[in-house]
Ligand binder design. Sequence first.
Ligand code: M6R
Length: 365
Amino acid sequence: DKGNHRHFMEKEIYEQPEVISHALSHYVDFASHRVHPGVSAIDFGKVSGLAISACGTAYLAGLIGKYWFERYARLPVEIDVASEFRYREMPLSPSQAALFISQSGETADTLASLRYCRDNGLKIGAVVNVRESTIARESDAVFPIMAGPEIGVASTKAFTCQLAVLASLAIGAGVARGTISAKDEKELVHHLVEMPRIMAQVLNIIQPQMESLSREISKYKDVLYLGRGTSFPLAMEGALKLKEISYIHAEGYAAGELKHGPIALIDENMPVIVIAPHDRFFDKTVSNMQEVAARGGRIIFITDAAGAAASTLPTMATIILPVVDEIIAPIIFSLPIQLLAYHTAVFMGTDVDQPRNLAKSVTVE
Ligand code: M6R
């Protein structure tokens, strides 16, 4: 049931504050701001490293998770798309743990990667939405994302719930490894707890602007997304979302890679969407944005209030989000990206919930 929404995708975008809050309550304590002991179903304190494997949007959630596990838990992370992971014959040790991220829990390549890790003696954790799935069944520890059924082929609420769970696990791992203090834990969890309210507020505020920007975007054939740090996987997620439902060609790049190739493409026919909260990477990203502007590129700047105040470059549009802590920024910044893809597809008249050639669950290789 779509309720009063036109598409499941729209419904699922707007459900996010509620489902994330539900998911978080499973992992963190809203009163004490501590991580629940359940997150140590895998003993992150003892493992020598983490291998992560997933496909599509779930893989991009895993890439953001890598930044968190490395930063907060000082835990080395090896990550790859499952279709490569399963065949790379990478050396793994039983002292490592492995995490598989999958909404459906049935993705063939992800399942094959899981079995490869199990054969190598690794402890297996599954970050899944469908708890009765094969991937959940074959894992030692299941970390449900509790997003509720996701019907739209384009993953939205599953992505942000995966991120909420990975953030909680990374904080829990940091506590277990002694790399973050009890004070840091409380602060980080406090930001997670605040997040659903901020998400609801952001969805309300940006909706009209994203809708009118989508009209513009629908006139183009190519779009480039740029970001640094956790905004880099988010740039790839933005591009994936746009291409899969609107069929506009889009690429996501690490902003620092711009001058190593894609800069040759910059002209007035390819809008460049720059995802840049005012974080420790901001100035670097703005200098890449400057390179785009100098070549006549059209910029859509997705930033926060501090970022908007700090840059004077002309843009085609500037989307201003509230200033939030780095740990929740990727989740908050997912919202404009989802709405942009959604409204562009609606505007172009494509089948938003069932895009051509795609299946919700890819159970063949
Ligand atoms: O069910 P899974 O999470 O394992 O699915 C993985 C990908 O097929 C999926 O995320 C796909 O990329 C989505 N259609 C993206 O929106």
